[in-house]
Write a protein that binds this ligand. Structure first.
Ligand SMILES: Nc1ncnc2c1ncn2[C@@H]1O[C@H](COP(=O)(O)OP(=O)(O)OP(=O)(O)O)[C@@H](O)[C@H]1O
Ligand SMILES: Cc1ncc(C[n+]2csc(CCOP(=O)(O)O)c2C)c(N)n1
Ligand SMILES: [Mg+2]
Length: 300
């Protein structure tokens, strides 16, 4: 697969981010070990036209910014503790709606906003927003993407494709709030992440698409991951478009491995198996995905 601009830049940063807590820039979040405690730290940005439609309600943008960052904490089994916001001013209405959505998220997730920074930008710039989220891990070390082992089963929470179905509904001008919600206001799997941390092999969230993120887990673990496509839970709206549901991304479900003898204590679906590393990182129904299949979302 051709290296994306995102992958090339992160590879260059690996030479700089050599602290063990950076986890080789190959995980959902970093681990910051202090004398008496350990924190999990993550930062995600969103950009107008890339992560949200220009006509979208800013309240939904703010809510999603919090949710996607908390999803990375959830993936490391960490309880959210604090947020820091990086904000580009818009017009007064946009700023007021953004603040409302941020208030909704702070209340919904019970996590305090501690600070941040606000800037103005030249007229006409596309807007971008960033958030740092800090969490307290249920177990130390927090589960990583590197701990998938041959013989373990692969599991995923929820359903895939809800974000794509919601995005397409929004593009079509739908006012169906329930259909568009998974795209506008995803629900990070915080409780599930805390529950699975002590039992799991590898854990991650599936922000960029199930197939790409499973391939990343396999790569980080030095294994091959085999997915049974018929087992993958797909939302009703995309029942006939399973590959789209497995590759579009933005679903923020948890992907994790467990020993064969264990089952999660919450609703999740077994979708595959971890194998010793073979010729391919990923097998879909026993075969490597066709080379033209786009496995997931990559920047650049
Ligand atoms: N600009 C950057 N500076 C330092 N580290 C970075 C930068 N961009 C990405 N990384 C690191 O690269 C790794 C992979 O990042 P990536 O964004 O793919 O993971 P993620 O946050 O789980 O995914 P998503 O952004 O889709 O939620 C992480 O360790 C992340 O901290
Ligand atoms: C307007 C609009 N068009 C397309 C998409 C789809 N999309 C953009 S980034 C991304 C992956 C996660 O991002 P990141 O890897 O930066 O965390 C996905 C699935 C969207 N959300 N909004
Ligand atoms: Mg992640």
């Amino acid at each position: 697969m051709r290296e994306s601009g995102e992958e090339r830049f992160i590879a260059a940063l690996r030479a700089i981010a050599t602290s063990p807590g950076a986890r080789g820039l190959a995980d959902d979040a970093a681990e910051l070990r202090l004398t008496n405690t350990t924190l999990v730290v993550t930062h995600d940005m969103m950009v107008e036209g890339v992560h949200w439609l220009p006509e979208q309600d800013a309240a939904d943008v703010a809510y999603k910014l919090v949710a996607v960052n908390l999803s990375d904490l959830a993936a490391k089994g960490a309880m959210p503790q604090a947020l820091l916001l990086g904000y580009m001013l818009g017009d007064a209405d946009w700023d007021a709606r953004f603040a409302q959505g941020l208030a909704d998220a702070v209340e919904a997730f019970g996590v305090p906003l501690l600070g941040g920074d606000t800037v103005s930008t030249p007229a006409g710039s596309a807007r971008s927003v960033g958030l740092t989220a800090i969490g307290r891990p249920a177990v130390v070390p927090a589960p990583s993407r590197t701990d998938a082992r041959p013989g373990q089963a692969l599991w995923v929470t929820g359903e895939l494709g809800g974000a794509l179905a919601g995005f397409e509904a929004m593009q079509a001008g739908s006012a169906d709030a329930a259909l568009t919600r998974p795209f506008r206001r995803p629900d990070p799997r915080i409780e599930e992440g805390l529950a699975i941390a002590p039992m799991a092999g590898a854990t991650m969230d599936v922000s960029d698409g199930l197939l790409l993120d499973a391939a990343r887990m396999a790569e980080a673990s030095g294994t091959t991951i085999a997915i049974d496509s018929a087992a993958v839970p797909v939302c009703a709206a995309l029942a006939d478009r399973r590959i789209d549901a497995m590759t579009w991304g933005d679903d923020y479900e948890l992907l994790f491995t467990l020993p064969e003898s264990k089952e999660p204590s919450f609703a999740a679906t077994r979708i595959g198996t971890v194998l010793p590393r073979g010729d391919h990182r990923l097998l879909l129904d026993g075969e490597p995905p066709a080379t033209q299949t786009r496995l997931g979302y990559r920047h650049g």
